[in-house]
Design a protein around this ligand. Structure first.
Ligand SMILES: Cc1cc2nc3c(=O)[nH]c(=O)nc-3n(C[C@H](O)[C@H](O)[C@H](O)COP(=O)(O)OP(=O)(O)OC[C@H]3O[C@@H](n4cnc5c(N)ncnc54)[C@H](O)[C@@H]3O)c2cc1C
Length: 422
């Protein structure tokens, strides 16, 4: 039996950040054979692929410097975001609601008319109702509803009004009209950094600061005894901990603890199937775009990204994101079917053509991917977290805390917790 002050479950960005700030007395258990969690990079056949595009839009100087000071300038690309919506065979600027003037005249008039005649409420009871109230029928039904239904794979009236927090590009009538003449920049992620060797390079910096003897790879936590503060690892070892820091998805952590079936069933989220695709030549359509939003339900993907445009390289290198609901099974048969659909849709959409040859590809399933924010469930989770604290259990990170945030947000809260526990 080994004793440790901080036992950390998971070596993603949250677990690694916690370990960077908690002093020397820690042990990380990671079930995979490498660190990084969802923020990992794979280099294959000359392509650099993340587990779906992972970009850092730093809001704090501290974390920006933590990474940038350890890398050579030439190894980092700083981009002003170039994102579009593929709408009826045309590329229009994102977000849809502030760029309706780029639509055909009739559709533009519909959007404008509905924007001015919509019935606003003081308070909305759910996300979909809020969209109709703030933007009117046409903007909602042409983009906001189909796109978000594809992404979240859920009935949008089941989501909280604030389901996307600061990640939702709100705009009032005035801003929409002003944007027709003067393009405004009001997005949370208008610029981003990207290391030439992929987002995983930032993770390596967090990892390099740590004592490798205190990171057990290929090791999961099999069970936890809250009363005796012990955890049994997959290699059979028993660890006695003072603090347990969980970063694995909360639903899976509750399964480990046992006895939370009702809450686990209630917790709603989507899964995302990602394809990384490497082709032999540039895209005939997308020469500079970093990623595209795709609201058309005839397309299986909701978002596609272009690593080669981000890295300023020639050969088309893409990530494709496809939303599934919590209960969908994503097995080999489904992956193969989605793969074929993806290639034929990319051709239909003009992103590739008959001459574009696929060189290499891979698929990844992100489960969970986006937590569905719902106030009733979140209240129960918050109460549970308070109870956990009484047992020195802290559940952090986007999935551990069961929230919608960025990697930097997770790093900030992991650091704060580590410093508090010191
Ligand atoms: C499609 C998509 C795109 C995204 N893009 C961005 C972006 O551009 N920018 C951004 O800031 N954020 C982005 N995110 C969010 C980002 O992925 C997460 O915020 C972040 O990676 C979460 O890190 P984490 O360490 O909290 O969790 P994870 O990365 O999930 O780490 C948890 C770790 O625990 C391990 N583990 C699981 N079970 C066990 C077990 N039983 N025992 C031991 N170890 C276990 C896992 O293997 C993993 O390494 C995106 C998310 C998705 C789904």
């Amino acid at each position: 039996m080994k004793k440790v002050k901080n036992l950390i479950i998971g070596a993603g960005v949250s677990g690694l950040t916690f370990a960077n700030y908690c002093g020397d007395n820690y042990l990380i258990c990671e079930k995979e054979n490498e660190v990084g969690g969802y923020c990992r990079t794979i280099q294959r056949s000359g392509y650099v692929w993340d587990y779906a595009g992972h970009f850092f839009h730093f809001k704090t100087e501290e974390f920006k410097n933590k990474f940038l000071s350890k890398m050579k300038k030439k190894d980092i690309i700083y981009n002003e975001k170039c994102t579009k919506i593929l709408y009826k065979n045309r590329l229009i600027d994102f977000p849809f609601q502030t760029n309706i003037h780029q639509l055909d005249k009739e559709e533009f008039i519909d959007c404008l008319y509905d924007l001015f005649t919509k019935t606003e409420k003081k308070e909305y009871s759910n996300f979909l109702e809020m969209l109709y109230g703030k933007f009117g029928k046409s903007i909602v039904e042409k983009f906001l509803k189909p796109y978000n239904e594809k992404l979240y794979a859920v009935d949008l009236s089941k989501l909280d009004v604030n389901a996307m927090g600061r990640f939702f590009p709100y705009a009032d009538k005035e801003a929409i009209i002003k944007n027709m003449k003067n393009k405004s920049v009001n997005s949370y992620n208008n610029t981003f950094f990207y290391p030439k060797k992929g987002a995983g390079s930032f993770i390596k910096i967090l990892y390099d600061n740590l004592d490798k003897n205190k990171i057990l790879l290929n090791t999961s936590i099999n069970s936890i005894d809250l009363k005796n503060k012990t955890a049994i690892l997959s290699d059979g070892n028993i660890i006695v901990y003072e603090n347990l820091i969980n970063t694995i998805p909360l639903n899976k952590f509750l399964e480990l603890l046992g006895g939370y079936k009702k809450l686990i069933n209630e917790m709603s989220y989507n899964k995302v199937l990602v394809f990384n695709l490497g082709f032999d030549k540039p895209s005939p359509l997308c020469k500079k775009e970093h990623w595209l939003y795709i609201p058309d339900k005839k397309d299986n993907y909701y978002r596609v990204g272009f690593y080669n445009n981000i890295l300023k390289e020639e050969k088309l290198s893409m990530y494709i994101e496809i939303g599934f609901s919590k209960n969908d099974i994503i097995n080999k048969r489904i992956i193969d079917k989605q793969f074929k659909l993806t290639l034929s849709n990319l051709e239909k959409d003009g992103i590739i053509n008959k001459k574009t040859k696929l060189v290499d590809y891979m698929s990844i399933v992100m489960d969970p991917a986006y937590v569905h924010i719902n106030t009733i469930t979140l209240k129960k989770i918050e109460k549970l977290k308070e109870e956990f604290k009484l047992n020195n259990i802290y559940t952090i990170g986007r999935y551990g805390a069961w929230t919608y945030n960025s990697m930097e947000d997770s790093m900030i809260s992991a650091k704060e917790l580590a410093e508090n526990l010191l």
